[in-house]
Design a protein around this ligand. Structure first.
Ligand code: AKB
Length: 314
């Protein structure tokens, strides 16, 4: 029987993933945890307050529920990482280290840890970025994710910890807001369009980035975790992609529903981060190893988000 602990359950990905895991494995088998109690998930189903940097507390919860799997989603993202580099390093690396150690010592079945396309840098081939290529990230977030990938592979090779990981592109959803990333503009833009408000983009015109709808990200993550271990050939982190677009393309996609919607441009430091990342990603290894396939392209994603937001915000 799987007993799953989700760390960072209140975040953009965690809040949707926790609900999906509960649907699949049952409410009593999925324990949400986060550093605060300030979220509806803290009062709906099993919840434990955990600071992932506190190993003793982590151990207490793992023992209490006889946890077999951990999804460690607690992280500082790219934009905030540039203003808080020490916090980004401490949380992103220290949290992962604690989770890998507890998995090694308690012989947990599986660990999930998210990496990011931020492991790539300005020297990386930009179009169809391969699985194995030059990385050389230039952000603290990307550096911590790259080091984390090596740590995951080390724990797998040295101790047999079954840790699995995906290099996410920008994740776009409407149910929870992202915090502190470079791809967040592509979430905010839908809210502004539905509210009929002006939108100033912090990226420049013509800056393409790989992106993915949250429904695909949640499904793909669980599919990776359910794949037979013998199929997993990448123990650092899998490239995974669904679509790529620049601000004008998402504007055009929204204009199919809101013809008067227009983007203004006010690029800031996040444009430099975006410029250092891939334009598009080659994820054929994920497609081969665990049959990854997206369901949403840009227009299908826009249709779904705009329809739902129009109901929520009316
Ligand atoms: C960010 O923008 O920092 C994240 C990411 C691409 O990992 N969404």
């Amino acid at each position: 029987m799987n007993k799953i602990l989700v760390i960072g359950a209140f975040g953009q990905l965690g809040s949707e993933l926790t609900l999906e895991l509960r649907k699949i494995y049952g409410d009593s088998n999925v324990i949400a945890s986060d550093i605060s109690e300030n979220h509806p998930l803290a009062h709906e189903g099993l919840f434990e307050r955990i600071d992932v940097l506190d190993y003793q507390r982590l151990e207490e919860v793992v023992d209490k529920y006889e946890i077999t799997q951990i999804y460690n989603l607690a992280a500082i993202l790219s934009s905030v990482g540039e203003s808080k580099p020490k916090l980004a390093w401490d949380l992103n690396m220290g949290g992962l280290m604690n989770v890998l150690e507890i998995a090694r010592i308690k012989k947990l079945d599986k660990i999930y840890w998210p990496s990011s396309m931020a492991v790539f840098g300005p020297d990386t081939p930009k179009a169809n970025t391969p699985q194995d290529t030059v990385t050389n990230p230039t952000t603290m977030y990307g550096i911590s994710k790259l080091a984390g990938e090596r740590l995951c592979e080390y724990y797998y090779n040295k101790f047999g910890v079954d840790v699995r990981s995906i290099r996410y592109p920008g994740l776009i959803g409407y149910k929870a807001m992202p915090g502190g990333g470079t791809t967040d503009y592509a979430v905010d833009i839908y809210f502004k369009a539905v509210k009929g408000e002006a939108f100033d983009c912090f990226l420049s015109k013509g800056e393409p980035l790989p992106m993915m709808y949250m429904n695909d990200a949640v499904r793909g993550t669980i599919e990776l975790m359910e794949a037979p271990a013998k199929n997993i050939t990448i123990r650092t982190s899998y490239n995974m992609s669904a679509m790529s677009f620049d601000p004008e393309e998402i504007e055009a996609s929204i204009q199919r529903h809101y013809p008067d919607f227009k983007i203004g441009y006010a690029p800031d430091h996040r444009q430099d981060i975006a410029a250092s990342w891939p334009d598009s990603i080659d994820d054929q290894v994920a497609r081969r190893d665990w049959a990854w396939k997206e369901e949403f392209d840009l227009n299908a994603m826009s249709d779904d988000i705009l329809l739902n937001l129009a109901k929520i915000l009316k």
